[in-house]
Design a binder for this molecule. Structure first.
Ligand SMILES: [Zn+2]
Length: 76
């Protein structure tokens, strides 16, 4: 049986086993933007991420949230 704590750690976007982190290149592919733009959004706090040594990872959930927010802006 799965504990709710474990459930919490799952990626709410793709259902991956833990909170799921993407590389800048994956974010760029997902958003159809440049890698540079992905880092820019991270620096602006539009996307959430972590630092892993010298590289950075983007939270899958926050990318989904960003996309949804943009969709709302476009629809308004
Ligand atoms: Zn995910």
């Amino acid at each position: 049986m799965r504990s709710s704590r474990e459930e919490e750690r799952r990626c709410s976007v793709c259902g991956g086993p833990t909170t799921h982190w993407l590389r800048a290149q994956e974010v760029a592919d997902a958003l159809g933007c440049s890698v540079r733009k992905a880092y820019y959004l991270l620096d602006r706090g539009e996307l959430r991420g972590i630092r892993v040594g010298r590289s950075r990872r983007f939270e899958h959930k926050s990318i989904d949230g960003y996309v949804n927010a943009q969709l709302r802006v476009e629809a308004a």
